[in-house]
Design a binder for this molecule. Structure first.
Ligand SMILES: [Zn+2]
Ligand SMILES: [Zn+2]
Length: 236
């Protein structure tokens, strides 16, 4: 999947009118010969969720295209301007111990200014299954809130991380001047245990994990890679 023979970076956007198998928009980024891979910097402005290495932190690295995040923000813009959240799910393939995020699916969804819920999940699971992709995470916007994980976000994320231990959540917060995006995961076992045992719904508060770890933390194993092709399926 890694493109190595193109000399310049470009994106091809195809608009497909038929809805079956449902790619409405597909976007492929080809990158320069010499790919640049960089670790996404961890902001140090948020000490409460700062990156704490934990004993169980033996994870596969994840590579994601920074351009994928930019494209997502662009596709979310119409909602963002109306103060509505937008969410998408990320699919990756695993090669030689590294997850490469190659697919962004924007499912049908219902959103408010502080929540976003995918509906017809079977549609995006079908795309992921068809391509044998791992559901390594999800991405959503906070159109007017700061960059953090709400209690509802944590519950949504728990399902991902229970499936794939490397799963991460990207929060894009264009109005947060201190941090426009963050890549988070639940601490394991601390945060995972709190969420597993929590039966509340809606916005609520969570207690501290018993081991003293923050309930969620910045991912330290997610890298941006300029040489990654990706596809976008907008199912809305
Ligand atoms: Zn959120
Ligand atoms: Zn809860």
């Amino acid at each position: 999947m890694v493109q190595t023979d193109s000399k310049c970076q470009h994106i091809t956007v195809h608009t497909v009118t038929q809805s079956s198998p449902c790619p409405i928009l597909s976007c492929v980024a080809k990158a320069p010969k010499h790919a640049r891979v960089s670790l996404i910097p961890v902001a140090d402005s948020d000490k409460s969720t700062c990156n704490q290495p934990s004993a169980s932190n033996v994870f596969q690295d994840v590579h994601i295209s920074a351009r994928l995040m930019e494209e997502f923000l662009e596709l979310a813009r119409e909602n963002t301007e109306k103060d509505l959240e937008t969410c998408g799910v990320l699919g990756a393939f695993l090669e030689k111990g590294i997850y490469y995020v190659t697919t962004l699916i924007i499912p049908k969804q219902e959103s408010t200014s502080t929540t976003c819920e995918a509906i017809k999940e079977e549609e995006f699971f079908a795309i992921q299954n068809e391509r044998s992709l791992f559901p390594v995470g999800w991405i959503h916007t906070h159109p007017s809130q700061s960059c953090f994980m709400s209690s509802i976000d944590l519950h949504t994320h728990y399902s991902y991380q229970a499936m794939v231990p490397e799963a991460f959540a990207i929060v894009m917060a264009p109005t947060d001047v201190s941090r426009s995006y963050g890549i988070f995961r639940l601490s394991d076992p601390g945060g995972m245990r709190v969420l597993k045992e929590c039966e509340e719904t809606g916005f609520h508060s969570h207690g501290e994990p018993a081991d003293g770890s923050p309930i969620y933390e910045h991912c330290s194993n997610v890298y941006t890679n300029t040489n990654l092709r990706f596809e976008i399926f907008d199912l809305r």
